[in-house]
Design a protein around this ligand. Structure first.
Ligand code: NAD
Length: 275
């Protein structure tokens, strides 16, 4: 297999590279994108109820003819559906949209104050019932995780955070590692906004790889799972073709040096969805 996996703290194997499908349109585009990805060796797909394309993901999976157990499918519960009963209901809808009878990973999309611990109780129930193989969170900082730790029976297995060379998440990475929570990178390519960095360009030349491959390889060597998005067949293939080279420690540090604590998304410490 050209793809490698991480083992989550409950023993579940998660493919390191996944395909993010934010803003991929249902129908022909989704089919084309997912079939390209599966052909290139991807087995991990990251969607969310918020993306409005779960049905499209389900149709493409069915069209691929691949056995269900060879795939790793993630979706996320949206802010409006956080709560015990609400989250259970939202899960059923997502599963039906996807046309699946279980999910590999279910995430709380954002830590909406006062809402996420009840949602976590629903997650634990779904996990106990075997309807989801692993449960986790997204955009959770330390204080949010501490709230979960204070009430949970099952610790989150994954925390999906914005993560790229301009936002290296040094503290959260150490914190998650300490608690055996796998960090997963969203917007790993900073939506294209880091390819022009001289360091990245220089390393691309040195290793005979593309800037995207250098950045995604940095994720992997930092123990981070990563879900780059593209709708372009050759870029999709390029983004998973990163298991045949290794960045030196020194070059890893040069990329670390690009960190400027700069986000493209909301800051989990201080966000609202009212704007
Ligand atoms: P990304 O960093 O993956 O950037 C995607 C863009 O980079 C593409 O649209 C394309 O323009 C460019 N690109 C991709 N591969 C390239 C290549 N090889 N060469 C040149 N350009 C290339 O940004 P993203 O889509 O925001 O993030 C990835 C995934 O993360 C999403 O699709 C979604 O699944 C997830 N996500 C999660 C959250 C969350 O709150 N949990 C938020 C945003 C995104």
């Amino acid at each position: 297999s050209i793809e490698d996996t991480y083992t989550l703290h409950n023993g579940v194997e998660m493919p390191i590279i996944g395909l993010g499908v934010y803003k991929v349109e249902e129908g022909d585009q989704m089919k084309d994108v997912l079939l390209s990805a599966l052909e290139a060796g991807y087995r991990h797909i990251d969607t969310a109820s918020f993306y409005g394309n779960e049905k499209g993901v389900g149709e493409a999976i069915k069209a691929s003819g691949l056995p269900r157990e060879s795939l790793f499918i993630t979706t996320k519960v949206w802010n409006d559906d956080l709560g015990f009963e609400e989250t259970l209901r939202a899960f059923d809808i997502s599963l039906e949209n996807l046309g699946l009878d279980y999910l590999d990973l279910y995430l709380i999309h954002w830590p909406i104050e006062g809402k996420y611990t009840e949602a976590w109780r629903a997650f634990e129930k779904l996990y106990d019932e075997g309807k989801v193989k692993a449960i986790g969170v997204s955009n959770f900082h330390q204080q949010h995780l501490e709230d979960i730790f204070a009430m949970c029976r099952v610790k989150p297995m994954v925390n999906q955070l914005e993560y790229h060379p301009y936002l290296a998440q040094t503290e959260m990475r150490a914190y998650c590692e300490y608690h055996d929570i796998k960090l997963e990178a969203w917007a790993p390519l900073n939506r294209g906004g880091v390819f022009e960095e001289p360091v990245i360009r220089e390393l691309a030349e040195k290793y005979d790889k593309t800037p995207a491959q250098i950045i995604l390889r940095w994720d992997v060597q930092n123990g981070v799972s990563t879900i780059p998005k593209s709708v372009n067949r050759s870029r999709i293939a390029e983004n998973i073709d990163i298991f045949d080279f290794e960045l030196s420690d020194e070059d890893m540090k040069r990329i670390d040096g690009l960190d400027r604590n700069q986000r493209i998304g909301k800051n989990p410490d201080n966000f609202s969805f009212d704007d």
